[in-house]
Design a protein around this ligand. Structure first.
Ligand code: NAD
Length: 476
């Protein structure tokens, strides 16, 4: 449990913002303008389910419209509150600025436990919620574009897109009203994995800089690093799988709702995910120690701790006991402002949420562009790229044969080199580039800006600078 003396989620985000703003030279009053949430719409609507009318409460917050459309996911959870949605909307503003996605920040939430409803009931609820938001332009390709978040997935996004299309039958850009859709409903390759993939690219970017790695008291690369992940949902599962399968890291702990698995020899992430899907929890997973007190594992010995479930899990009450020298915030707001202070004093390096989980919004940006351009990435140039590569390979082969040089290309080279990039490769490449560029901009401030001692403050400074520049350009 979070101690009661802890600031709330929104207050935490504001405190982190203030810390960065205090080190900047912003025009008088601009700091407040950027920090405050522009508007929050609350809706209560009824849906007839199982013979009675059930009333639901939902929110859509718009934190900043310095760029439009505004962007941010829709969360389904019983704990959704206005405070939480506003905090998440603010994070979206800073996140989009940091990764140069041309959006303002927004977020939505519906207070319900999605596991308590049948699929057809969830569809009814989602369509009704979407209807309420669409009729107020709180979902619109030009003004406000939601995406999945905790408790929602591409299924809900497809319902929202369809609801929008039914209400705007002549809008040729209707599909761009929401991102994270299934491929057959206007989605993009690589969106489901995007946030977890972004976590992988963020850690790779960090480990490319030995000086930064040393600040966390670590050395070497990602291979062999011991990871504990909290939350094996969309973000946590993909991050854990990619890091263990592709970077040689060892996932030694997985924390879920019902408890945690711990094995210093390393866990099989895919097997744990399959078990979770089948049994709804990790208990009784074969041959691995399970403990009901999942949160205790946050404090276990490891190299990298990845909270990827929900906010406020590292707080004043447990921060001092966290042993991981490096924390990557895959969830939004998993470290409270109080805990952040304790961790900074301990020298723990935190890769902050607004950078670490920006892969989702980055690929959402690509999907939105794809929807507006009405063509899949790579469709025009792929074969032309292959033909140009073929010219080079044929020329090399001709030279070798004509001059009797006996050159042979290494096995598989020709096939790999000739193949033009498809949409998935282009998306991953664009995401990788985005995460590298954002990391560079953050570390420049981390190492060079007076008074900055942590990556979070650095990230906020980069983001605030960009939002401030947008406001200046608008004459504010
Ligand atoms: P999800 O619903 O797919 O997964 C969340 C997982 O956390 C589930 O497996 C759930 O069982 C588990 N969980 C819930 N409460 C827990 C607890 N107390 N302890 C341990 N595990 C618990 O959600 P997601 O989309 O993976 O989002 C996770 C976090 O990442 C959220 O903070 C979200 O805002 C953030 N995020 C998501 C995206 C995205 O693209 N989905 C993008 C950016 C940020």
């Amino acid at each position: 449990m979070t101690p009661t003396t802890e600031p709330g989620f929104r207050e935490s985000v504001d405190l982190m913002f203030n810390r960065a703003a205090a080190l900047m030279d912003l025009a008088p009053g601009l700091e407040e303008k950027i920090r405050v949430c522009n508007s929050t719409y609350t809706v209560r609507f009824g849906v007839r389910l199982r013979g009675r009318i059930e009333t639901f409460t939902g929110y859509r917050s718009v934190h900043s419209e310095h760029m439009e459309p505004v962007k941010g996911g829709i969360r389904y959870a019983p704990s959704v509150t206005q405070d939480e949605v506003e905090a998440l909307a603010a994070l979206m503003t800073y996140k989009c600025a940091l990764v140069e996605a041309p959006f303002g920040g927004s977020k939505g939430g519906l207070c319900l436990d999605p596991r308590a409803y049948e699929e057809h009931e969830l569809e009814q609820i989602t369509r009704r919620f979407a209807y309420e938001l669409i009729k107020r332009d709180l979902i619109s390709p030009a003004q406000n574009v939601p995406a999945p978040d905790m408790g929602t997935s591409e299924r809900e996004m497809a319902w929202i897109a369809d609801q929008y299309a039914r209400m705007h039958t002549t809008d040729i850009n209707a599909r761009a009203c929401v991102t994270g859709k299934p491929l057959n409903a206007g989605g993009i390759e690589g969106r489901i994995e995007a946030t977890g993939r972004g976590v992988q690219y963020a850690l790779r970017a960090f480990f490319r800089h030995p000086e930064d790695v040393a600040r966390a008291g670590l050395s070497g690369g990602l291979a062999g690093k011991r990871i504990i992940v909290q939350g094996l949902g969309n973000v946590g599962y993909h991050a854990a799988r990619f890091l263990s399968e592709e970077d040689g890291a060892k996932v030694i702990g997985i924390i879920e709702r019902d408890g945690a698995l711990h094995d210093p020899a390393g866990l099989d992430v895919q097997a744990a995910k399959d078990w979770l899907a089948r049994h709804g929890g990790l208990k009784d997973f074969p041959n691995v120690a399970w403990a009901a007190d999942g949160a205790a594992l946050l404090e276990a010995d490891c190299d990298i701790l990845i909270p990827a479930a929900l906010e406020g899990v590292i707080h004043r009450g447990n921060a001092a006991r966290i042993r991981a020298p490096l924390i990557l915030e895959a969830a939004n707001g998993p470290v409270t402002a109080g805990a952040d202070e304790v961790l900074r004093q301990k020298g723990t390096v935190v890769i902050p949420d607004l950078y670490a989980n920006a892969g989702g919004v980055t690929v959402s940006y690509f999907e939105w562009v794809k929807n507006l351009s009405h063509i899949r990435f790579g469709r025009i140039q792929r074969r032309q790229e292959e033909a140009r590569h073929m010219l080079l390979v044929a020329e090399l082969e001709r030279l070798s044969a004509d001059r009797g040089l006996g050159w042979t290309l290494s096995p598989g080279f020709k096939e790999r080199y000739l193949r033009g990039a498809d949409e998935l490769e282009l998306v991953r490449s664009g995401l990788d580039d985005t995460m590298r560029a954002a990391y560079r901009s953050m570390r420049e401030v981390w190492h060079g800006h007076p008074g900055v001692t942590d990556l979070r403050t650095a990230a906020y400074i980069v983001a605030i600078r960009r939002v401030a520049a947008s406001y200046r350009a608008k004459g504010l």
